[in-house]
Design a protein around this ligand. Structure first.
Ligand code: VGL
Ligand code: ZN
Length: 197
């Protein structure tokens, strides 16, 4: 059950996964409806920044010839090659300068969907005194799912931004199943209207 009202407090942090051109409609691995969550995520960012709470942004950041690309035998078209136009956030997605960027899946021979995998995110969250992490972004069934799993495993409380996620849905139910998995693991599903003003 989603709570009706959640107050943002010290100890809270926001993590927005992979809002990058290649994951938006028209991009190399465009997620249907991905553009619709951009303004919602910006509003979450505004709410956190207004309270001085830390904001983290992950970016899928592959070397050319990453193992996840079809040419290398992986499942995906070439996407999010580090520094390429597709790897950049869309112009509308302006994050505050204080936001911490987390680059993931940067090693050629290793896939990494979780923003915690081979990054310093856990240390950075600890350094920011974060205990509860609000997680949204792209894509529900890959980065968001695996990041939420790791966050729970590492002992963080998690709020899942239901109005700020979208799925790739390689299989039609993948997004819905991922949401169910995350809630089963203790993620609390919330929406903007659940945040106390
Ligand atoms: C992702 C597909 C391929 C993700 C990354 O981070 O959700 N999905 N690469
Ligand atoms: Zn990727």
């Amino acid at each position: 059950m989603a709570p009706t009202s959640i107050s943002l407090e010290p100890g809270d942090a926001l993590l927005v996964a992979d809002v990058q051109n290649d994951f938006l409609p028209g991009g190399a691995l465009g997620v249907q409806g991905g553009d619709r969550i951009v303004p919602v995520l910006l509003e979450y960012i505004t709410r956190f920044a207004a309270r001085g709470l830390p904001v983290f942004l992950s970016r899928d950041w592959h070397p050319p010839q990453h193992c996840s690309f079809r040419e290398q035998g992986g499942p995906w078209p070439v996407h999010c090659v580090a520094g390429s136009p597709g790897s950049l956030p869309p112009p509308a997605f302006q994050a505050p300068p204080s936001a911490v960027i987390v680059h993931k899946a940067t090693a050629r021979n290793k896939e990494a969907y979780s923003a915690f995998q081979d990054t310093r995110l856990d240390e950075q969250l600890h350094a920011a005194r974060a205990r509860r992490v609000f997680i949204g972004g792209l894509a529900t069934d890959y980065c968001v799912l695996n990041t939420v799993k790791d966050a729970r495993r590492l002992g963080y409380e998690v709020c899942l931004l239901m109005d700020g996620i979208r799925a790739v849905n390689v299989h039609p139910d993948d997004g819905r199943k991922a949401e169910e998995d995350m809630v089963r693991l203790g993620a609390v599903p919330i929406r903007l209207e659940n945040l106390a003003a």
